[in-house]
Design a protein around this ligand. Sequence first.
Ligand code: PLP
Length: 430
Amino acid sequence: MKMKSKPDGEKLLSPVWTHLTHAHIVKGKGIYLYDDNDNKYIDFTSGIGVVNTGHCHPRVVKRIQEQSTELLFGQMNCVIPSITMELIEKLNKVTPDHINRFFLSNSGAEATEAAVKLAKQATGRPNIIVMQGSFHGRTHLTMAMTTSKTLYKYGSTPFPSGVFVTPTPYAYYYVWDEDKTVDFCKKQLDLVLLSQTAPDETAAIIIEPVLGEGGYVPIPRSYLQYLRKVCNKYGIMLIIDEVQSGFGRTGKLFCFEYSGVDPDIIIMAKGLGSGLPVSAIASTDEIMSKWTPGTHGGTYGGGSAIPIAAACATIDAIFEDNMLENSTQRGKQLMSLLKNIQHNYPVVGDVRGLGLMIAVEFTDTDGKPDSATCTKVVQECLKRKLLLLSCGTYKNVIRWIPPLIVTELQIVDAVNIFRESLNDVLSQKQ
Ligand code: PLP
């Protein structure tokens, strides 16, 4: 084959990727990213909730380096790498007592697919229920399960069938209080089970304990408890998607711990590998033993040793560096600073969240979602080298997800940049 003449920069990239910034990043350390022009960015995206331990956490880097000279790959259908057993044992320690079987894969979407396939086999039922505003991934099944934005599904139909949608208890959206919203959503779920998918045809209900891409909405404890009750009544699996909310993001290792609800299947990814691709599902012995050997798997899942070593080091780092406590304390600080801004700026309609998974929702004077202001504030922050991402169906929510090692001073700096940016955007409007 003839060598091509000269690469044409970013034109070589598929346009399907969107980018918050076109900065070419060469280094990451802690909460900072550095580009090839020596610019330093404060990363409050954590790569969409991935680098919870911060960029290049020394313990993670060391473990990767050590692993790289020992074993790169041991295919799970051929052998069982020792490092894989180490990770499984660590996951077993940090999950609830009834959870004692684990399956590994590479991405959140892959783990979600695995969870649904497991639920279908364990129950012998074909359908699942997802929440309005959900995001579960980009494969065809996980797109069918995603209802946060039509863009994600655009041009890709048809999708697998058997996916039904029930409302999320998003009180600010409904302009109701929490109790009224939860009551409404309970009734709607009952209705879905009466009118769309019969209980004995429903394999699973799947929920993100903080709705992520759909707008950073913490799900009230009472609603999660109701889901558990309904699932128990009908033998439906309760799948908790902790892909974005897991690994300390909300101040607990897993967000469902706040609710006292025991999931049947837990999905994990993102924060598990500190940037390396590794994901997992966890379930009970009783459920997993119904998964017929050979009906699921993949070349790399559980066998690619470097991501697995990174996951082992990530779990150690989270506990040894007290990241759960820091996530809780810095979360409280961030929440109170942002609430203070909400108090003084009517365009900030709502501030909500758990730990370091916090939303600022923009609303115009008519109470409608204000995506224009949200987008401009993100851009102004970017000019000041603070990386923040938006989310929400209406694109009017800024999500605050700094690495869990963020300090008190770094939070203050970021909020000051945000306030300055907001002031600039509002003064341009006048
Ligand atoms: N589930 C949730 C809650 C997510 O936020 C995401 C990704 O953002 C996924 C699943 C899909 O994960 P991945 O992008 O690793 O496939």
